[in-house]
Structures are given as structure tokens and as C-alpha cells.
Design a protein around this ligand. Structure first.
Ligand code: SF4
Length: 357
């Protein structure tokens, strides 16, 4: 490969957004065989090297010209906040255009989970969510999504060979469908991280047409529905996208997804004191859960500055769960992780600069 042929290609894409086939195609343009892409994936995703200089089985011209084929740059960690017990870490990443995005690593019962963002901000404006207050700045690229995994994996020195991914950070994943799916394919690549689809959960507030498209990928990805209300009247207020795709359509799509993938759909239900935590809410929630292969995850509300919603008392949370246990298929109450560093569910984007050390 001559220096001249490499110099004509600019700007180079991020490696992390390229499938192995796309990388092989870029290398083929330069007369390189496809197995070089396999080798590069091994160095980057299995041996976790971040510099082409270390990729010793690549020919010297490829190592020297690597930066013109693709970029290995990861976003800078501009702030890192950790809980006092070190179970949860919130990373604010500075992207190439100076936009910021947050992602969170959480360890619970020895299992490591990475919570990923899919957009800078969010257009959907759920009324209890700090990210919704920001509005949408832009979608993340596939490379920016994969990079979040690598930043957090590098931080944890890849000690956990098996970890879970949840797309529950900033943004609505299904509103950024193409990059989301491209990132999942990169993360699943057997010559790369080789993440099983069952370890990946995509959460949506209800972009109904794309639930079907996700099912069409033919992967048993976990699907979580941000339900939060059991009537259209209340859900229209809490999750405004419900006005476009109301509950009946959303639940039909969720049921079809469960049938198609063989996975139980998680119904996420944020408990807001005096709003959706009454006995009738519990009865309706159980009835919804019984109509599709599902499990319910109760999320006691995490306070966000400037928002009037309140977290129910511990007694009220337990009473709501107790009502569900005998009449709903499966119920868990999410242990709040990261509340002290504004890293809990619905808090990303809140209290960012002002409160950071
Ligand atoms: S809950 Fe999710 S979809 Fe709703 S505003 Fe927040 S980030 Fe967006």
C-alpha cells in the first residue's frame, strides 16, 4: 500500500462504527486481504489494544498507514463520578464535535452492566426524565455507541468477560435505528467482543414501527418498554409519544416482539407518588402484563432537580409490589444504583457540570 493511495482517503471513519465486512472492504480497496480485518478486530476487541503500532501481525505499511484507513480514537472521558461504594460509575464523554454524552457502569450481585446512550439529548420529552428536558442535539453514530462500551470496558480493565448492555441511557434508541443496529452487529461479531444478543436489551418509550423492525433483525435481543402508565390519559401526560402510538398499539407490537423472538418483554414502570402508584394502577398493570410474555420492573422514581414528581415512600413501593406479586407473571423492584451521582434511571443529563467535582 503506497502512502499516496492512503492519503487520498479522508476523513477516515471510526473503526468502531465499521462492521468487519466494511473494514475488509476498505482494506480490499488498498489491496489487503479480508483476514487483515479479522486480525484487527482481534487486536481491538479481544486484546483491547488501542494503537496500530501494537498490532504486530499486520504488515508495516498497514500499521504505518492505519490512521488513514480508519480511526482508533475513543472519546475523552471529560468527567467521571463514582459512588462511594464504587459500584456505579458515570462517564461523561466528549465527542469530536464537543457534544457530551453520558454512560454508566453498574455492578450488582457481581454482574456488570453497561448503560449506553443512543442520542445526545432526546426529542421525546418524557415529563419525568432529565434527558427529556435537554431536547435533542443529535443522534450518535454507531462508532460513538460502540465506543461507550470500550471506554467502560477499558476502565474496568476487561476483568468481566461477560457483561450486559442496556440501551437505557440518554435518548430513544429506536429513534436512531440504523446506528443502533449497526452498533449491535459490531458488538456481536464473533471475531470481536462476541456479545450474545441475550445480553443486550433495547429500551423504548414506544416507537411502535421500529419495534417490528427490531424483531425483523432475527436476534433474541431483550426489549424493555417504558410503560409508566396503564391508561392513555395518564401516559399521554408522562410519555408524550403515546399520543402518536397509544397503549393498545404499543402492547400489540410488544406482544408480537415477544412471540417473534421468544423473549419476555420487560415492562418498565417508574413509580411516581400519588400519580401511578394506586391499587387500580396495580390491577391494570397486572392485567396488561398477563396479556403478553412479560415481566414487570418497578423503578422507584429518582428525583431530578426542578421536577415536581416525588418518589413514593418505601411502604408505598412495597405495597404496590405486594399487590402485583399474586396477579402478575413476574415482578422485580429495581434497586436504585447511582442516585448519589445523578446516574440513576431518568437522571442522565441532570446536575451535570454544576455539581461535578
Ligand atoms: S425517558 Fe427516554 S425517551 Fe423519554 S425523554 Fe428520557 S431519554 Fe427520552
Amino acid at each position: 500500500m503506497s502512502a499516496h493511495s492512503l492519503a487520498s482517503i479522508s476523513p477516515p471513519p471510526s473503526l468502531f462504527g465499521l462492521s468487519r465486512a466494511a473494514l475488509a472492504a476498505r482494506l480490499a480497496d488498498r489491496g489487503m486481504p479480508a483476514y487483515r480485518a479479522d486480525q484487527i478486530f482481534g487486536w481491538v476487541y479481544q486484546k483491547h489494544h488501542r494503537s496500530a503500532d501494537r498490532m504486530l501481525n499486520l504488515p508495516a505499511p498497514l500499521r504505518d498507514g492505519f490512521h488513514e484507513v480508519c480511526s482508533l480514537a475513543l472519546p475523552e472521558v471529560v468527567s467521571l463520578r463514582s459512588t462511594s461504594d464504587q459500584s456505579t460509575h458515570k462517564f461523561a464523554l466528549g465527542l469530536a464535535d464537543h457534544a457530551r454524552v453520558e454512560c454508566v457502569s453498574m455492578r450488582a450481585e457481581r454482574r456488570l452492566t453497561f448503560c449506553l446512550s443512543s442520542q445526545v439529548g432526546c426529542a421525546l420529552g418524557c415529563t419525568f426524565c432529565a434527558t427529556g428536558l435537554m431536547g435533542l442535539t443529535r443522534n450518535l453514530s454507531a462508532g460513538e455507541i460502540v465506543a461507550q462500551v470500550l471506554v467502560m470496558g477499558d476502565f474496568h480493565a476487561w476483568r468481566d468477560a461477560r457483561f450486559n448492555l442496556v440501551f437505557m441511557g440518554m435518548g430513544e434508541p429506536l429513534a436512531n435505528f440504523g446506528p443502533l443496529v449497526d452498533a449491535i452487529h459490531v458488538l456481536r461479531d464473533a471475531k470481536g467482543l462476541g456479545l450474545g444478543a441475550r445480553r443486550i436489551t433495547v429500551s423504548t418509550s414506544g416507537v411502535v414501527p421500529h419495534i417490528g423492525r427490531l424483531a425483523d433483525q432475527g436476534l433474541p435481543l431483550g426489549l424493555a418498554i417504558s410503560l409508566h402508565a396503564t391508561t392513555d390519559e395518564l401516559r399521554n401526560r408522562l410519555v408524550p409519544i403515546n399520543r402518536r402510538w397509544p397503549l393498545a398499539e404499543l402492547l400489540d407490537a410488544a406482544r408480537a416482539y415477544g412471540r417473534h423472538t421468544g423473549r419476555r418483554v420487560t415492562l418498565e414502570y417508574t413509580l411516581l407518588a400519588g400519580v401511578n402508584d394506586g391499587p387500580e394502577d396495580a390491577a391494570r398493570l397486572a392485567a396488561i402484563a398477563r396479556r403478553l410474555p412479560s415481566k414487570i420492573n418497578l423503578i422507584p422514581y429518582n428525583p431530578v432537580p426542578g421536577m415536581a414528581w416525588k418518589r413514593p415512600t418505601q411502604e408505598a413501593i412495597e405495597a404496590f409490589a405486594e399487590r402485583l406479586y399474586p396477579i402478575a407473571p413476574a415482578v422485580t423492584v429495581r434497586k436504585t444504583l447511582g442516585g448519589e451521582i445523578w446516574a440513576a434511571c431518568g437522571q442522565l443529563g441532570a446536575a451535570s457540570d454544576a455539581s461535578e467535582a
